[in-house]
Design a protein around this ligand. Structure first.
Ligand SMILES: Nc1nc2c(ncn2[C@@H]2O[C@H](COP(=O)(O)OP(=O)(O)OP(=O)(O)O)[C@@H](O)[C@H]2O)c(=O)[nH]1
Ligand SMILES: [Mg+2]
Length: 417
């Protein structure tokens, strides 16, 4: 069924354009390129006016600006075929990995982390946009009307965001909200602990920080580093807004880079709000992108400029009915880079095996408790309980061995290209 025609999207776009062209009307497109610096793809090389960005190697491309918010069927979008191609590549890359990657999303409060995650989820699916990660300003734990907001990691395994039924092992994404622009040793240690997987899902990050501040960094290290590793991070996506008026979170960026390098984790950069702040027309946006890239030391194939699905870009929220492949393509190009296997990815480490065993024991413990409880409260004969218990153990063991065999004995040969 066709969606009612939207009236306000054009108005919203018009006002955005007005901002772009009025606010920066002193900037002439050509002037931007004339100040060429060697090798910097933002600037125009000395080979004349025919210069075009290299779309194959440069993720920070300028394709987003042709987004047609009025389309009613994603197949109408000229980027539809490109999206399908990228989606196939991404899925192919994940099909034969031994375990899904853990991808952490970090950035200053309000930069668009949760919106970006929802955009990634929409891109990887083929139906419509959903708000899996809750958007809004929750990050700064003291600034939300003076309330103390509890900070914890929020993870999104494939089962939570992927609606299709196929065997690709898409990553688990971890929304790391509430990290301030802070390069203190305590913040650095917290990042280290999170990236090593020493912090549990529901654990309150404020408590770890409070512990470190009270007892000192040495005791904090002793307490948390000796822990068992729950979920080691394989890739990091550092998100930052393209808004040149917002402060560059340099202290946070440098700390993330330092810890990621120490742990040998590959990191990527994402600049949001590309619908409003366009490097093509605004020198300040260009400088911001350059500063972001230089602070992280990123090559251009690890940096993407994205427009997130959010009410700002389409006030009618038509993306609740259909996807916009023009928004998905830059995100999927980045995802294809991220999902490309690295040498350490496919191996199960000791922590993973221990996790498996714990999961196994937990199941037994749960069933055992139910059976023992039924013996006391329902006065069931003990021998019946015992036999049921043994049968269930056998069934669980067989099921477990089957899943283990299917899950971890596939050949590792995935490369889409
Ligand atoms: N115009 C525009 N707005 C965006 C974009 N991405 C996010 N926003 C808006 O920015 C605001 C904050 O986005 P969130 O995704 O909640 O930011 P966050 O980083 O998760 O925030 P915290 O969890 O509080 O740290 C929301 O109002 C979004 O609608 C974008 O690409 N373009
Ligand atoms: Mg958020």
């Amino acid at each position: 069924m066709g969606r009612p025609k939207r009236k306000t999207a054009t108005t919203a776009r018009a006002s955005r354009k007005e901002y772009e062209y009025n606010e920066f009307s002193d900037i002439d497109g050509d002037d931007l390129h004339k100040s060429n610096s060697k090798g910097d793809p933002i600037d125009k090389p000395d080979n004349g006016d025919k210069w075009k960005p290299d779309y194959e190697d440069d993720l920070f491309e300028d394709i987003n600006y042709e987004v047609n918010y009025e389309i009613k069927d994603e197949k109408e979008d000229p980027c539809y075929d490109r999206k399908q191609e990228l989606l196939r590549d991404c899925k192919c890359l994940t099909e034969s990995v031994r375990k899904p990657l853990n991808v952490a999303i970090i950035g200053p409060p309000g930069c668009g982390k949760s919106s970006f995650l929802n955009t990634v989820f929409a891109s990887l699916n083929s139906d419509r946009w959903y708000e899996y990660a809750k958007c809004g300003y929750f990050g700064n734990h003291e600034d939300v009307m003076g309330m103390q907001i509890t900070r914890h990691l929020r993870s999104f395994p494939k089962e939570e965001y992927y609606t299709q039924n196929d065997c690709c092992r898409l990553p688990t994404f971890i929304d790391m909200t509430g990290f301030e622009n802070d390069d203190s040793v305590i913040n650095e240690e917290l990042l280290y602990l999170v990236f090593c997987g020493k912090v549990k899902e529901k654990e309150v990050l404020n408590d770890i920080v409070a512990f470190g501040r009270y007892h000192g960094i040495t005791t904090m290290r002793q307490k948390y580093r000796n822990r068992f590793s729950y979920r080691k991070i394989d890739r990091i996506i550092i998100v930052c807004s393209s808004n040149p008026d917002s402060a560059m979170p340099s202290a946070l960026l440098k700390t993330v880079v330092k810890v990621a390098n120490e742990l040998d984790i590959t990191f990527y950069g994402v600049m949001t709000h590309a619908d409003i702040f366009r490097a093509k027309y605004d020198k300040r946006v260009q400088s911001r992108e350059k500063l972001f890239r230089e602070t992280l030391g990123l090559p251009r194939n690890r940096l993407a400029s994205v427009i997130n699905y959010c009410p700002d870009v389409d006030p009618d929220r038509s993306y609740e009915d259909t996807l916009l492949p023009a928004l998905d393509v830059p995100v999927l190009r980045l995802m294809r880079q991220i999902l490309t296997p690295e040498p350490g990815d496919s191996t199960m480490n000791f922590g993973d095996y221990v996790n498996e065993v714990i999961y196994f024991i937990k199941n037994f413990f749960f069933i055992g408790c139910i059976l023992i409880a039924s013996q006391y409260f329902l006065a069931v004969d003990i021998s019946v309980v015992k036999s049921i218990f043994y049968i269930l153990i056998m069934i669980l063991f067989i099921l477990y061995m089957c899943t283990y065999f299917i899950k971890f004995n596939r050949p590792v040969n995935a490369t889409a290209r």
